[in-house]
Design a protein around this ligand. Structure first.
Ligand SMILES: N[C@@H](CCC(=O)N[C@@H](CS)C(=O)NCC(=O)O)C(=O)O
Length: 265
């Protein structure tokens, strides 16, 4: 009974990238938890009714506390299990990792969310692949068949409008270059630990967004072969979902531009 009362409960939406980052954090910390799968949009009312500080996933109930937000959860888990750290001990390195984590949460994460919802508006059949293994309280097939209003609402709530998504795609190559640079500088990339390697909170934050982006056939090739793609695969080895190419070809043209080679000396 007591164990049941104290078990952590993580609220997620299937396919949610920050929720996947939080799942990995709990796994890496060795903290047992129960996952509660929620339907997008409907999740907001559920989390509000449960009196979480905000109405997004990931939200975590743990040790009598209620937390919302991937970065908040990372910090709380680190103070609970400091022996398996998600941030470097060195002050300067910690600042760099936190900067990368914040950028991942505030820039990359919403952009990938907009791209995904825009793609699902064009073809919502792949929704089922993101819900693999989820328990939504209704058969997945039925949930997908009746998901049109949810997809439309998620598009509105996330402002996944065509012009915004086209801008996101035009920025993506530059963002990938920034991530590759952070990897080369040692800001991103797992710490070696006696039991293997331990990704940082920034690796998980950015890796989860990249893994979701890589679930889109439109984007996978651009990301997978780069250091950024490798980092994502190591940080989040399993990520459900696969969406066939659906975005307009013209929007993807900036991704095919080769990066400027340095001018010969
Ligand atoms: N940036 C926050 C926000 C998370 C967020 O917006 N999560 C989305 C899912 S990826 C959500 O809960 N959306 C509510 C909905 O779809 O109705 C974090 O990292 O925790």
């Amino acid at each position: 009974m007591a164990a049941e009362r104290t078990q952590a409960k993580l609220y997620v939406i299937p396919g949610s990238h920050p929720a996947m980052a939080a799942r990995r954090m709990l796994e890496l910390k060795g903290i047992p938890y129960r996952r509660v799968d929620l339907m997008p949009v409907i999740s907001r009312g559920v989390l509000r009714a449960l009196r979480f500080p905000s109405n997004t996933v990931p939200s975590l109930a743990i040790s009598g506390r209620k937390l919302t937000g991937s970065r908040e959860i990372a910090r709380e888990l680190d103070s609970m299990r400091p022996d398996l750290p998600l941030y470097p001990a060195d002050r300067e390195r910690r600042v760099a990792v936190e900067d990368a984590e914040r950028w991942g949460e505030q820039v990359l994460q919403p952009a990938v969310r907009r791209i995904l919802w825009n793609a699902l508006r064009r073809n919502r059949a792949p929704l089922a692949t993101y819900a693999e293994g989820a328990r939504l309280g209704v058969p997945i097939g039925l949930a997908v068949k009746t998901a049109a209003p949810i997809v439309a609402a998620a598009n509105r709530m996330n402002r996944a409008y065509d012009d915004a998504v086209r801008r996101d795609l035009a920025s993506l190559l530059g963002w990938l270059k920034r991530i590759d640079d952070w990897i080369a500088e040692g800001v991103l990339g797992p710490e070696r630990a006696p039991d293997g390697e331990r990704p940082s909170a920034a690796d998980l934050q950015i890796g989860a967004s990249l893994r979701l982006a890589m679930s889109l056939d439109d984007l996978r090739e651009t990301i997978a072969a780069r250091p950024a793609g490798e980092l994502a695969m190591r940080a989040i080895p399993d990520f459900p979902g696969q969406a066939p190419a659906v975005l307009p070809r013209a929007w993807l043209a900036p991704l095919r531009e080769t990066e400027q080679a340095p001018a010969p000396k």
